[in-house]
Design a protein around this ligand. Structure first.
Ligand code: PRP
Ligand code: ZN
Length: 300
């Protein structure tokens, strides 16, 4: 048996807005990596799961071509790859498995402050600079706009100053890059966040089992982020009302406390944040000794 065949690879952005969050997420899944000198390849120390640190733009391709089994990347990059493939009449060989709720940004149209703009028709016969040719092309087509797309691999925001385009289509996160370049945001084409993609290539049973295990841990990590464990005491008669008030909880555990007053302890996992208002409402419904605890790990 070739042991290298049993290992899986996860593609992660080498340097950029997703890197720290991505590595942190994998660490919380219990994965430990040895960083090599060039830091392109990180060997998985405690599980047969290795990391490939690469340019974010390369991640969908690496996962689609089955070089990596999983990838953490922005939806913007994934969507661009999908639309480019579609344009070439090909299908994407990866699928989206999780949204990660970090790396939020949007792909927007912008122009120098003061540029006349009265809606999308103002784009007709204009030049738009972008790295997102696939998404922009489809967007213009869908909106019946005929504009010229100028491909820029980076530094799109300087295109108007260089006289290369009147408009740009680029990622906006905080908006400070637009501000710094005297650009105003006009339209949002896509809302993006970090996602996990998985290859569609068939994996052997062992690799598939390993991928499933990692995905299950990821699911657990994502679920506990918002989850709280709540404990309280209440008269049994208040049980129904209290169960209703517990935010996003499944059937709570009810433990009898004292038979005379018919008091019970109620324990529940709430899959949403628990706010002070909720606690106050629970108290008003008869609850006492309320305790809210963070959840560290969860396995469904
Ligand atoms: C994007 C985009 C802008 C900047 C916007 O680049 O090209 O330059 O972020 O962010 P802001 O609104 O917070 O200023 P990114 O850092 O994602 O690099 P890349 O596109 O080269 O991968
Ligand atoms: Zn990039």
């Amino acid at each position: 048996m070739d042991s290298s065949e049993q290992r899986i690879k996860i593609a992660v952005q080498k340097t950029g807005r997703l890197t720290d969050h991505s590595l942190d997420l994998l660490e919380r899944c219990g994965l430990k990596f040895t960083k090599s000198k060039d830091q392109l390849f990180c060997y998985g120390e405690n599980m047969p799961v290795d990391l490939l640190l690469v340019r974010d733009d390369d991640i969908p391709g690496l996962v689609g071509d089955d070089v990596c089994d999983l990838g953490i990347v922005g939806l913007n990059i994934v969507e661009e790859k999908r639309q480019e493939l579609q344009h070439e009449g090909r299908d994407a060989m990866f699928k989206q498995v999780f949204e990660l709720d970090f790396g939020h940004c949007r792909l927007s149209l912008a122009a120098p402050v003061g540029t006349p703009y009265e809606g999308l028709e103002s784009l007709n016969n204009q030049k738009i600079a972008t790295s997102y040719v696939g998404i922009l092309r489809n967007y213009l087509k869908k909106n019946d706009v005929t504009a010229e797309i100028e491909y820029f691999s980076g530094a799109v925001e300087i295109a108007p100053k260089l006289g290369k385009a009147q408009f740009i289509c680029d990622l906006v996160s905080t908006g400070s890059t637009l501000d710094a370049n005297g650009l105003a945001e006009l339209e949002v084409l896509l809302e993006s966040e970090a996602i996990v993609i998985q290859t569609l290539a068939p994996l052997g049973d062992d690799k598939q089992a390993l991928v499933d295990r990692i995905l299950q841990r990821l699911d657990g990590v994502l679920q506990v982020r918002e989850s709280k464990y709540i404990m309280l005491h209440a008269p049994r008669s208040a049980l129904a009302e209290i169960s209703e008030l517990l935010p996003g909880s499944e059937v709570p555990t009810v433990i009898p406390l004292d038979d005379i007053n018919d008091k019970v302890a109620i324990h529940a996992v709430c899959r949403e944040n628990v706010f002070w208002e909720t606690l106050e409402n629970l108290k008003a419904a008869g609850a006492s000794s309320l305790l809210v605890l963070p959840v560290e790990k969860m396995l469904a």
